[in-house]
Design a protein around this ligand. Structure first.
Ligand code: ATP
Length: 231
């Protein structure tokens, strides 16, 4: 079950092709992220960062090689157990036309108000919500207020954080927030480092500079690996 997942992540020689015989978007990628540590993934657009992240919740499976959690091949872990162990903020955020609170609690429908508030605080969204006409009861989307790109992203971050999952995946999840907000959110996350395995994909070095290790992807290969100081 989820509580048994420590969160170590391992890629063993992972190759991924979107089409048989097509280009290897990931080409023999190997790395290991010990449980409770963080990894930053940077690289040019199209270098394979999103593809790498999407293999972790098994949005697809590797063409060759193995992705593991706690040493177990993901294909041996029941999908619901795997996904319950992951908080995932995709590059394209999807919000429901529902209240802000329900959008945050999506996936954890029995969340208490205090948990929703705490997740919003950690995602640096709380001050915004307090300014909304009905707070967490404010509807977003067609029949409600229109959130900015950054507010949408932070709602999705709160949605991932409220799961209290051992693995957190941020796929360019801070692209629409300014660097100060980014720093605040990362600082809040850092308070939980040690307990969670965190994967942060970013175009900005600032988002990954404090990660325990940084992978630089180039055309599907790990071109460089090390701490910010080492690279
Ligand atoms: P970005 O920084 O722009 O988000 P990325 O590093 O995340 O890029 P990916 O989105 O993983 O890169 O894409 C890697 C390569 O795979 C690109 O060449 C892209 O065109 C290709 N690709 C991505 N999704 C698909 C798909 N569904 N079908 C075919 N090719 C795809």
């Amino acid at each position: 079950e989820v509580d048994d997942v420590a969160g170590r992540l391992t890629f063993d020689d992972v190759t991924y092709r979107y089409t048989p015989g097509g280009p290897a978007v990931l080409d023999a990628v190997s790395f290991d992220v010990p449980a409770g540590t963080s990894v930053g993934i940077v690289g040019r657009t199209g270098s394979g960062k999103s593809t790498l992240v999407e293999l972790i919740p098994r949005l697809m499976d590797p063409t060759e090689g193995t992705v593991r959690v706690d040493g177990r091949d993901l294909r041996e872990i029941p999908l619901h157990t795997l996904r319950a162990a992951i908080g995932y903020v995709p590059q394209e955020v999807f919000l429901f036309s529902d209240t802000v609170g329900n959008n945050i609690a999506f996936g954890v429908p029995d969340s208490e108000a205090a948990e929703i508030t705490e997740a919003a605080r950690e995602a640096d969204l709380l001050a915004n919500v307090e300014d909304f006409p009905k707070g967490f009861e404010t509807r977003v989307g067609e029949r409600g207020i229109t959130l900015s790109g950054g507010q949408k992203q932070r709602t999705a971050i709160a949605r991932a954080l409220i799961r209290r999952a051992p693995i957190l995946l941020f796929d360019d999840a801070l692209s629409a927030v300014d660097t100060r907000t980014e720093a605040t959110i990362l600082e809040n996350l850092r308070a939980q480092f040690g307990q969670r395995t965190v994967v942060v994909v970013s175009h900005r070095v600032s988002a990954v500079q404090d990660a325990d290790q940084i992978l630089v992807l180039d055309e599907g290969r790990v071109a460089e690996r090390g701490s910010h100081a080492e690279l």
